[in-house]
Design a binder for this molecule. Sequence first.
Ligand SMILES: [Zn+2]
Length: 141
Amino acid sequence: MTNFSVIRKHEIHCGHRVYGHSGKCQFLHGHSYVFHLHCTSNALNDLGMVVDFGIIKSTICQWLEDNYDHHMLLWEQDPYAKEIAKIDNSVVIVSYNPTAENIANHILNVVAPSLLKDTPIKLSKVVLEETSKCTATCELD
Ligand SMILES: [Zn+2]
């Protein structure tokens, strides 16, 4: 079988903190997150594509722009979350501790399946650069 993949890159800027971390990640800080969105298929469409890059842009990239870009991601179990949300509407309270691994997992397994359900696209892997040195990957089996 032949497998094809395409990768759409998208950068956003977010604040977060890792609740429970004993080092400096416990503090409020931010990153320029670079998402590498991998879509795969074992067949190409009539135009010879896995997917039109524009569809990835208008679905997942747009969701990231609308929901996370220039926002502060805080875990619902983080005591800061509700307090900071009272004074700053940039806070997005998420259901997971916002590590790069958990953000990638949320996009892969929650956001993408919902956004792409009426499209032929399957997001198969998210590689998330938190810094130029540190990357997390989440991939479907
Ligand atoms: Zn961080």
